[in-house]
Structures are given as C-alpha cells and as structure tokens.
Design a protein around this ligand. Structure first.
Ligand SMILES: [Zn+2]
Length: 258
C-alpha cells in the first residue's frame, strides 16, 4: 500500500485520465486504428483485426508491470524532485525499480532545441571525463547545452556551440577563459568578458548560478553523478528550468510524453 494517498488518485481515476490523454473522446484499436472496439473484462478487443489491447498497448508504457497507483506514485515523486532514496520508501519499490522508472521518465521527455538571442551568457563545467558547455539567454528561461567528451573544451568546440545555438549578432558574455579570446572572429557576436581574477562576476552570474543549481539537483535527486547518465541528467535539468509546467504533476508530464 502506498503511504501517501492524497497525491495518488484511485486506480479508476488514473485509468480515466490515461484514457483521455491516449485516446481522446473515442477509443480506437492501436493496431489497425479501427473504432470498432469493445471492452472485454480488464482489456479491450478490436472487431476488425480481432486483437486484444490495453490502455497502454500503443505507448512506451506497454510493458509496464507496476500497478497503476505505484506507477503514478513514482511519477509524482519524479516530477516533484523527490530524491531516489526517499522515493523507495514512499512507493515501496526497490532502488533498482525507482532508478529504472526515473530513467524512463527522463528518456521520454520531449526534445527541443532553442536558439538564443539578445544577450547570452556562456560558460563550461567539468565532470571528470565529460565537459558541459551551457548558455543562457539573459533574463529568460531559454537554455542551450552540449556535452563534450573529455575534460576540457577547446576553441573549435566553443565556436561550434555558437554556430548551433546562438543567433548571429547576439551579445555574448563569458568569463576570461582562453577559449573565448577573439571568439568574435569565429562567429558574429558582440563579446564581453568578466575577468574573475579582478573580481568581476556580473556578466556571467546567471549561467554560473545555473551550474550551481545543476550540481545541487543531481546530488540531491540522484545522489551521485554517473557519467553514463550525465547527459540525461543535464537535459532533464534544463527542461525542468525552461518548461516547469510539464513537471507540475504526473498528468501534465503524461500529456507531453504519451
Ligand atoms: Zn484492430
């Protein structure tokens, strides 16, 4: 039995919500799209192709073995950033199950890429064998990021990042790192640098704040950085920042991912 009942609706209510998201007003067969379907005990059947199906047959949740309430509870925990070790206790699942489903939720987030304009702050962060370049459009929720294999970023990689994610004629704010020296000769930006040794931090404070929040997020929620999953953690973090509505409830997440 799931300990926290208020956040998790009844099985009937969950089914009703899933049905609405997946099928809309009218049920149809996920195999042949026929609308001639009927209910057959806990499943559905198609009159045309005669195959049985469930609510989840046509979705990435088709092989799920959890009860719907446990599934909903796990998804609630994940959307609300409940740490893995807390989730285990709340949902009565193993750590392996919690990590498996948190990963599925990450992997089924919608993908979209932003092009930054106006003023963009750009910086790098290092995670053992991986490097992360990230930029934030100043004063907005727009982020762009790229993971680079290896523990350093060179000027070519920094310039490639600009080609892909930063609109020409953007004002670019960075720290004084060598990779940004004459970056405006590689891509048309109006470049300004903070020199940290002179205690200048104002130009890059937003992006540096994001890196701090990213590290805290990973440590709190997943407890350690697994290099294999770092790209997924970063994508999840960025989407949580840019599209907070999607993480406001299990329902909002499922509307975007099913
Ligand atoms: Zn059919």
């Amino acid at each position: 039995m799931i300990a926290f009942i208020n956040q998790v609706p009844s099985e009937t209510k969950i089914k009703k919500q899933l049905r609405k998201i997946i099928f809309g007003q009218n049920m149809f067969c996920p195999h042949c799209n026929s609308r001639q379907v009927y209910r057959c005990e806990s499943r559905y059947r198609c009159r045309k192709c005669r195959r049985p199906f469930t609510l989840l047959s046509g979705t990435w949740l088709k092989d799920m073995k959890l009860s719907l309430r446990t599934f909903w509870a796990l998804l609630w925990c994940w959307t609300q950033k409940v740490p893995v070790l807390q989730t285990i206790k709340l949902c009565h699942v193993s750590e392996k199950t919690a990590r498996h489903w948190f990963r599925q939720f990450r992997l089924h987030l919608p993908q979209f890429e932003e092009i930054l304009e106006g003023t963009a702050q750009m910086d790098e962060a290092y995670f053992r064998s991986l490097s992360l370049i990230m930029a934030k459009q100043q004063g907005s929720r727009k982020l762009a990021h790229q993971i680079i294999t290896g523990n350093s970023v060179n000027k070519t990689e920094a310039a490639n990042f600009l080609f892909q994610y930063v609109q020409p004629n953007t004002k670019l704010h960075t720290d004084g790192a060598g990779i940004y020296r004459s970056i405006d000769q590689w891509w048309p930006v109006k470049h300004k640098r903070d020199i940290h040794s002179k205690w200048e931090f104002g130009l890059t404070s937003e992006i540096e704040g994001m890196f701090g929040n990213l590290r805290t997020f990973i440590r709190r929620m997943y407890h350690h950085v697994t290099p294999q999953y770092l790209p997924e953690y970063v994508s999840e973090f960025c989407l949580r920042f840019s599209s907070p509505k999607m993480f406001s409830s299990p329902l909002e997440y499922l509307k975007k991912s099913l």
